[in-house]
Design a protein around this ligand. Sequence first.
Ligand code: KG4
Ligand code: ZN
Length: 414
Amino acid sequence: MSGLFFHYYRSVSISPESPPRSGLILGIETSCDETAAAVVRDGSETLSNVVASQIATHSPYGGVVPELASREHMRNIVPVVRSAVQEAGITLADVDAIAVTSGPGLAGALLVGISYAKSLAWALGKPLIAVNHLEGHIHAVLLEQAALARESELDPLPLPAMALVVSGGHTHLYLVRHGKGWRYRNVGRTVDDAAGEAFDKVAKLLGLGYPGGPWIDALAPHGNAVAVPFSFSQIKSKVHRRGDPGALDPAIETFFSFSGIKTAVLRYTQVHEMSTGIEARRTALHANPAAKPADALPLCDSQTLDLIASFQRAVVDDLRRKTFRAAEQFGAASLLVSGGVAANRELRVRFTSEAAERGLPIAFPSLALSTDNAAMIAAAAYPKLTAADFAPDTLTADPSLALGIAAARAAETL
Ligand code: KG4
Ligand code: ZN
């Protein structure tokens, strides 16, 4: 039986032997709550970038509901891919490869994109390329840098670069190099919540909308950012002890922790008896499904605005201090910041001014490429296309897929 299966299995496998012709990649991204497809040429020219957001679906729950995310991806995937291909002015036959996010992310959500991409690749006889979502976020910046370099003959970002990938699911630092392909050394991570998760949870507990980042971003300039002092516990790498699941990886140099500040905000609202105002705001905003962050401003008193501004300042400062320290420690020649939280205006201003003081080039993605999208997946796939680094027919979702190698093991190879 297994022999039969294997025979059948082998007979349908694709052998993508034809060399890349036009560098056209169709990227597909379904790792969380955005169904996205894009067509990118040569990792630097975006021909289309289509994103179907599920915010309206998850908003009533104040967070992503995995089961609903999978169903929404299933509903959206065909129209989104069709739009991406049409907007690019190509046909599916023109693409050289199909790239898809294989992890990390929600298992059911990833599987929708992977199944669809596999079927498409198989039916078209095109190679399939698996992309790590975190590598995609880094390539959102590299894609736009490459486009700028091509258009205006600017120098590309000097390497190695220290990359902060900061989103709803991740807060990671990578030292990025280019040798034989792109290489990533993981030198920092969060031990609990991601920074974006803290934005989302704090917004939720203050009765604001979902996802919380853009709401806090919009309201923070109206408050006093030094009104509420927050402090972060300094986490030191604990030495690995055999069988100790709580031990931190000693190879990672920088640790972030954002669950404490969320609890501190909650405590502040309790101590200052802010629950009546929070409930009134939550009810008013729930009554208006089209509510935008600007609609929340008249619903916030100065104490709430000060709390929001202080929370944002504390998170941005913690990210800034640790990222610049890591850049110095590892001799990075530039910085790049990517992921949904990289859309934050205060973060951009404060990182940019410190980078200018230090004479360190810094790059962010455009706002459209900061949050999840498929152009970044197609861009990250391009070096794999040229290296013929294709996914096996057995590709499946890896919800906790890691990127790169940790510092200790990397020391010999990077
Ligand atoms: O990269 P992304 O779209 O998805 C993940 O890979 O997680 O990031 C979404 C996260 C959410 O937590 C959202 O609140 C946060 O990015 N975010 C922001 C802003 N825009 C999105 N956080 C702070 N300020 C923003 N302007
Ligand atoms: Zn993401």
